[in-house]
Write a protein that binds this ligand. Sequence first.
Ligand code: ZN
Length: 264
Amino acid sequence: MMPEIEILEESEFKIKFILKNASPALANSFRRAMKAEVPAMAVDYVDIYLNSSYFYDEVIAHRLAMVPIKTYLDRFNMQHECACGGEGCPNCQISLRLNVEGPKVVYSGDFISDDPEVVFAIDNIPVLELFEGQQLMLEAVARLGTGREHAKFQPVSVCVYKIIPEIEINENCNGCGDCIKVCPRNVFEKDGDRVKVRDLMACSMCEECVEVCEMNAINVKETNNFLFTVEGTGALPVREVMRKALEILKSKAEEMNKIIEEIQ
Ligand SMILES: [Zn+2]
């Protein structure tokens, strides 16, 4: 059976889906590709021209690096693959400038980008506070990178999965309800004089129910289905992160195929 994806819940920056008929290796590769291989923009270095705030230059630079930037993958090259040879040019990097004076709380939305569409993804993140007479003038330079290189380039803040189990309750069940009491996730409920599964997705396969059941009526099995929860940072819509991750896996598989063909 071919792997399949069934989407359960979706908004621009959060998605829940089931990956069906997949091996644990495929599920994990998919997770890793979304986290570490799909590129996103982040601030890479900061030129600080004037800083009379209470914050060290490097603290400001670090904070800016962690603020997600709206990413358009087709508009920028990876810097190390760019025709400029990694020097930095408009095809592989972008500047966000700031020139402000206190008293003022500086927000991510105060930065002026070379490209009005490539800006910090969320505009009300406080970066620092300037008091009377304090000034800050800087240029933050952003580029594409991957989570493999640095966590600041990860397009997802949450990317987790769990195996969806199969729970069988056989005819030995006498409805004692011990499993209902012992289950930390509230998976079971009373069903007449027996017990039934109320919420399969909640099961974490701890098997407390199997141990407590004196009738040996419960059987919890692993399946080839995985429940994924993915939340984006705001850099890219999560659906695009998924699509790009699958593209990356496909091209890796094709490369592997080529190697196999060459060996034969
Ligand atoms: Zn370039």
